[in-house]
Design a protein around this ligand. Structure first.
Ligand code: PLP
Length: 384
């Protein structure tokens, strides 16, 4: 297979479509936000959408996806769900019903089933929807362990009881580091009580470490780091994966993934194996350095390249403003960038601190220049 030196992205037929339909030609410097269409799909993913014109046996396609996922994660089995959030619902439902089809069809009625899902307090995140809702819509209830800034082994052990169906552990920049025990310890305590561990690793890219740390089910978003279609990658033990897949005949029918989503996820994972991640990192670093030069030395601004909170091969440019008006300045700049031509969407997760973040990972080659020009123009205009 041909080694790729960089993520060149797909052919830009999507850009033509945007123009024809009169959609704004936004440049996305915010990363893989769902509200901005998540990841730019890898060109192999676009090619895999060719499956749309054909009939295909979904179980066979899912079986192929499962083999691909298992091979890359080291897990026994896998399948593709509609999203990571859907994957969480599949997993929680599976922890309650196992392979009992009558129970699958009865959810969200949990009469006679173990139905508590244990979660560290600090893991109750909001990813533009509350994770607790993805749990509760199956009929399960959330049993909170510990407090916002601290949950420990003895608290977890005490929370596991006769009604516990499973436990969820979230790996995310949303979770304050050190606010809960390590996954290894979490899994060990759960397993001693025969409780399966489900890991939400939606925005992570390491396909192996969470299975290695003892997770029974791990869920990733295909449309975040893997440049796939909108989908959830689910992997884990054969028993739990089979039970999670069975939920397609029940509560998860309304979260159905189509053939193009399954085929696209297979293509994204295959491409992931041959992509040159080091070269990609270097390309992104150069973009960040270009933007840093635009900002550096301007009065009232501090800028630096920072690693992502949970995986340090992802870097962003942090631009912070000083003084009493910092928050207003940051917000006005973000609005101006989003309103201009071309509209540049920055990462606004820290606007309330007076901080703009620029993400270099989800743009087309050449767009880094547009971002640099727009940024310089708006800073000049604001007299910064
Ligand atoms: C993005 C995200 C989700 C939701 O993922 P989708 O695939 O968009 O449903 C869940 N959990 C975390 C931690 C996330 O970052």
């Amino acid at each position: 297979m041909k080694a790729e030196s960089d993520l060149q992205g797909p052919t830009r037929s999507g850009d033509e479509l945007r123009k024809r339909w009169g959609l704004r030609g936004i440049v996305n410097a915010s990363g893989r936000m769902s509200s901005l269409g998540a990841a730019i799909a890898h060109e192999e993913v676009v090619r895999a959408a060719a499956i749309l014109t054909e009939a295909v046996e979904i179980d066979e396609l899912q079986d192929l996806a499962g083999k691909t996922i298992a091979g890359m994660t080291g897990a026994e089995a896998g399948f593709v769900a509609a999203s990571a959030s859907a994957g969480i619902s599949h997993g929680v439902a599976a922890a309650m019903t196992g392979g009992d089809l009558a129970a699958v069809e009865s959810l969200p009625d949990v009469t006679g089933l173990r139905s508590e899902i244990v979660m560290p307090a600090s893991h109750l995140v909001h990813y533009n929807a509350p994770i607790s809702q993805a749990v509760r819509l199956t009929g399960a209830t959330v049993q909170i362990v510990g407090q916002a800034n601290r949950s420990t082994g003895y608290q977890l052990a005490a929370a596991l009881g006769a009604n516990t169906a499973g436990a969820i552990y979230v790996v995310s920049h949303y979770v304050r580091s050190g606010s809960a025990m390590d996954l290894d310890e979490f899994a060990k305590i759960c397993h001693a009580a025969n409780v399966p561990v489900i890991v939400d690793a939606a925005a992570e890219a390491d396909l192996r470490i969470f299975i290695e740390a003892g997770a029974d089910l791990v869920i990733y978003s295909a449309h975040k780091y893997f440049n796939g279609p909108t989908a959830g990658i689910v992997c884990g033990t054969r028993k739990l994966v089979d039970a999670a897949y069975l939920q397609n005949k029940g509560i998860c029918r309304g979260m159905k993934i189509g053939k193009e989503g399954i085929a696209g996820t297979i293509a994204a994972l295959r491409a992931w194996q041959t992509r040159d991640h080091r070269a990609n990192f270097e390309t992104e670093r150069k973009r960040l350095e270009m933007w840093l030069k635009v900002v550096d030395g301007r009065p009232g601004v501090n800028a630096r390249i920072i690693p992502n909170e949970t995986n340090d091969f992802v870097e962003r440019l942090e631009i912070s403003f000083t003084g009493k008006t910092a928050v207003a300045v940051a917000q006005e700049l973000a609005s101006a960038l989003a309103a201009g031509d071309p509209p540049v969407m920055i990462r606004g997760t820290r606007l309330s601190e007076g901080v703009l973040l620029l993400d270099p990972s989800n743009i087309h080659p050449g767009e880094e220049l547009l971002i640099a020009e727009r940024l310089a123009g708006e800073l000049d205009r604001a007299g910064i």
